[in-house]
Design a protein around this ligand. Structure first.
Ligand code: FES
Length: 121
């Protein structure tokens, strides 16, 4: 039986609806910024890098959702993303996607379960 790798990211209580939690990982061997968001109760993880330019989504503003609360929005040039798929819904970079990370909310904690990524301990 194989043991699945998982790393604790944060307590689930730290990620409220439409909230974010940022953290650092090594992804495919390189240090990267990552982000968790909670949307309609579920947790989604992404590399925290816009598809337009190499900027974190929250580089200019702490809010990660647009005013409607329906879309993730990069604070630099306002590209909107589907929070569930990470797909760009804006004309700029239409069809490009944020890089999703596998995460798991279980009990009181949220874990990184993505084989491509590790959290430094
Ligand atoms: S850097 Fe994100 S929209 Fe331009």
């Amino acid at each position: 039986m194989s043991v699945k790798q998982r790393f604790t990211i944060c307590p689930a209580s730290q990620l409220g609806e439409l909230g974010k939690f940022t953290f650092s990982i090594h992804y495919r061997g390189a240090k990267r910024d990552a982000i968790l968001v909670r949307f309609k109760g579920s947790v989604y993880g992404y590399l925290n890098q816009c598809v337009h330019m190499p900027r974190t989504l929250d580089c200019e503003n702490h809010n990660i959702f647009d005013d409607s609360g329906r879309y993730l929005q990069c604070s630099m040039h306002s590209i909107c993303y589907d929070p569930i798929s990470g797909m760009s819904l804006s004309e700029i970079c239409a069809g490009k996607k944020l890089t999703a990370l596998k995460v798991l909310e279980e009990g009181e904690w949220i874990y990184l379960t993505d084989k491509r990524a590790v959290i430094d301990t």
